[in-house]
Design a protein around this ligand. Structure first.
Ligand code: MSP
Length: 509
């Protein structure tokens, strides 16, 4: 099978990680883990974006040198990956020599090819966004939108990349490649944006204005524009591994236009490299219906949240709640609803019942299944249907629906247990009742094992705990694991801690 390379955006280190950063990494991780289970050789990259004005200013505000500041915050992002059980193969930092060397080599290459030129530029500049603005960026009254912060008119000599000369090539490329942007409506907006003429891209910042960047190889009085530097991480980190192009560049909706949808494919094309196969564009989380922000108190710190609940509960909630590509809202109430009903009462309860009943009625060893009746056949048919549907949904990135279907299967296992009522069968010593008891215990255990194979990419730690409870090794492949079988017959079960403790009742006001 062909190798698979996926990346997340690299996070700015001017602030601590938040829910949005956590989501993007978990989404990428779910894809990486699913692909590995399918036998693909996956390379998964994430990292941090460490140059530019914002980082320089944040370091100054803290009174520490920028490199020290970056080291500290990059450490927080790395720790977040570990905490969230993200299976990234590499973590790239744009201040690393391996990245800087590639950026400089690429700039030199473009300069030598005549793709970069020097020119005098006069224009309005936003320090906050680190970009020159166009007249059409103004509000109807003539002022600049708040997102640009302070805007000043400046004249300076700079270096420009010939972006505009590739506009038609890009339009043709996007038109011919339907898979270049997911979801489709984002591809449409990108093409709409390209209906207006592009300007060339200013790729330098004079050192007197900004020091914290990669010096241009052909003029050391300038540093590289942070986006030009940052985008190249996807390439610099794998250049020597021969992994380019990426299969998925996973990004949030705010950084498709112009950075990933325009600059990035054109930069690559000018360098003689193919664009990433797909820009996978996810939506944004709001919190309690509002933009997440520290000042309004609706900032979700993923580290604190995982400590309060659990890593897998957060992973589950984010993937279950957000349709990939659409926006979603995060609230504690909605989290609690899913936590209690889907994780604690449905899945957690199934695990407890299966293990406890096998201990009580079969001395903790899964009995061989006897003859099957309708109840068993129906559950087996539902499994086959669920498994095939989930495979299709995963391939279409519909992870939220795939999880919903998997949980419907879990509900069906619980319903099967009610229907069979092993506690009643256990009281009946007749041979048919005892055979049915063995069948029902074997069916519960096998169905639970199968459900965990589908839950594994989203909740790997939980799924492996359940597997350990069923006497199974951690899951490393889907090969041979997805068929209904008798493999658990004779397996000795082990106790499993409570996976999703019931939350305390809400405080009375
Ligand atoms: N450093 C740039 C990306 C450079 S990629 C070559 C950047 N960093 S960021 O820290 O601001 O954002 C990192 C990722 O997190 C982006 O994909 C962004 O869309 C995503 N999110 C930031 N806030 C988010 C939400 N509230 N919800 C979901 N994702 C969000 O942009």
């Amino acid at each position: 099978m062909r190798p698979f390379y996926l990346t997340t955006a690299i996070d700015y280190v001017n602030g601590s990680p938040h829910l949005g950063h956590a989501y993007e990494k978990v989404l990428a991780d779910v894809i990486a883990r699913s692909r590995r289970l399918q036998g693909q050789n996956v390379h998964f990259l994430t990292g941090t974006d460490e140059h530019g004005q914002k980082v320089q200013q944040s370091a100054q505000a803290r009174g520490v040198p920028p490199q020290q500041f970056c080291d500290e915050v990059a450490g927080e992002f790395r720790d977040l990956c570990r905490l969230l059980n993200i299976s990234n193969d590499d973590f790239v930092r744009t201040t690393e020599p391996r990245h800087k060397a590639v950026v400089r080599a690429m700039l030199q290459q473009l300069f030598d090819k005549g793709e970069i030129y020097r020119a005098e530029y006069k224009g309005f500049y936003s320090t906050r966004q680190e970009q020159f603005l166009r007249e059409k960026d103004r509000l109807p009254g003539g002022s600049w939108p708040e997102i640009y912060g302070e805007v000043t008119e400046i004249t300076e000599a700079n270096y420009f990349f010939k972006l505009a000369s590739y506009q038609q090539w890009l339009i043709d490329y996007i038109t011919a490649h339907e898979d270049f942007v997911f979801p489709a409506h984002r591809r449409k907006s990108l093409l709409e944006f390209l209906a207006d003429p592009l300007n060339d891209l200013c790729i330098s910042r004079p050192k007197e204005r900004l020091e914290w960047g990669i010096p241009l190889p052909f003029d050391e009085n300038y540093v590289t524009y942070v986006w030009f530097d940052a985008l190249l991480n996807y390439y610099s980190a794998v250049k020597d591994l021969g992994r380019w192009p990426a299969d998925y560049n996973i990004i949030g909706k705010d950084i498709l236009i112009p950075a990933h949808g325009i600059y990035w494919p054109i930069m690559l094309h000018a360098l003689g490299q193919p664009p990433p196969r797909t820009l996978l564009v996810h939506g944004w989380w709001s919190v309690n219906g509002q933009k997440m922000s520290k000042s309004t108190g609706n900032f979700i710190d993923p580290v604190a949240f995982c400590r309060e609940w659990s890593v897998d509960a957060l992973r589950y909630f984010m993937i279950r709640e957000m349709a990939v590509g659409q926006d979603s809202d995060f609230s504690r109430e909605q989290f609690l609803v899913r936590y209690s009903s889907e994780l604690a009462n449905n899945l957690g309860n199934l695990v407890n019942r299966t293990l406890n009943m096998t201990v009580r009625f079969a001395d903790g060893t899964v009995p061989p299944a006897g003859p099957c009746e309708d109840a068993e056949r129906e559950l087996q048919a539902l499994w086959t249907q669920t498994r095939d549907e989930v495979a299709r949904l995963n391939a279409d990135l519909q992870f939220h629906v795939a999880l919903e279907r998997t949980m419907t299967f879990v509900t069906a296992i619980n319903a099967y247990i009610e229907r069979r009522a092993p506690w009643k069968l256990a009281k009946d010593t007749s041979a048919p009742a005892q055979a049915l008891l063995r069948t029902s215990l074997a069916t519960m255990a096998e169905a639970l094992r199968l459900a965990t194979t589908l839950l594994w990419p989203v909740m790997p730690a939980t799924a492996d705990k359940v597997r350990a409870g069923l006497g199974q090794a951690p899951l490393i492949s889907w090969a041979g694991e997805l068929d209904w079988s008798n493999r658990l017959a004779g397996a000795t079960l082990r106790p499993v801690e409570i996976l999703f403790p019931k939350p305390p009742p809400p405080a009375k006001s």
